[in-house]
Design a protein. Structure first.
Length: 190
């Protein structure tokens, strides 16, 4: 039951993008097409999950025993940067089209505060390794749900008769706000 609460809480109630407002840069930047958003979601899920595992192990077995927890943030950023480089190399070989579509936003996963935020929250919430992995996967699913929903709405809006002054960024930001309000309706669940 505890893991179900973690999943529901991370995906719907405390959605990393729509409730905690972490990871807004890729949310706005990559969400113009559903296919690109799905690719970014997969990359973020991979990096977020692995980063949480590695950073948990570093925190538990290196930083705490040697009493150097003040190096937590910098060590986490280094781990995330290395994982993003790995994803970038793999995507370039496996799916050059997706690699080109993600463009500059793929290296920006390194600075995606959602990935760092989940790693930090895992320690802050005092989760064990398995709970941390579930928490990371659920947050990645929440990120993916938010960005894919937003991309679908943006694709649909391209086909609609949006007034000229509202086209582009204005309607996208209003849509993101309404989507965030919709997700805040889940706050009574957990």
């Amino acid at each position: 039951m505890e893991y179900i609460l973690i999943i529901i809480g991370a995906v719907f109630v405390n959605n990393i993008v729509l409730a905690q407002f972490l990871g807004i840069c890729p949310f706005i930047g990559v969400s113009s097409k559903v296919s690109t958003s799905a690719g970014m979601s997969g990359a973020v899920m991979f990096v977020m999950t692995l980063a949480t595992v590695v950073t948990y192990l570093i925190y538990t077995y290196i930083l705490v025993p040697f009493e150097i927890t003040f190096l937590q943030t910098i060590s986490y950023i280094l781990v995330i940067a290395a994982l993003v480089q790995m994803v970038e190399i793999i995507l370039k070989k496996v799916s050059p089209a997706l690699y080109q579509a993600l463009g500059i936003f793929l290296p920006l996963i390194t600075t995606n505060c959602a990935v760092l935020g989940v790693a930090l929250l895992t320690v802050q919430k005092d989760l064990n390794l398995l709970q941390g992995v579930v928490f990371a996967i659920a947050n990645a699913i929440g990120f993916g749900l938010a960005i894919i929903l937003f991309a679908g709405i943006r694709e649909h809006l391209e086909l609609m008769g949006v007034p000229k002054g509202m086209q582009g960024a204005p309607v996208a930001l209003i849509t993101a706000g309404i989507l965030a309000l919709a997700f805040m309706g889940f706050a009574g669940l957990v």
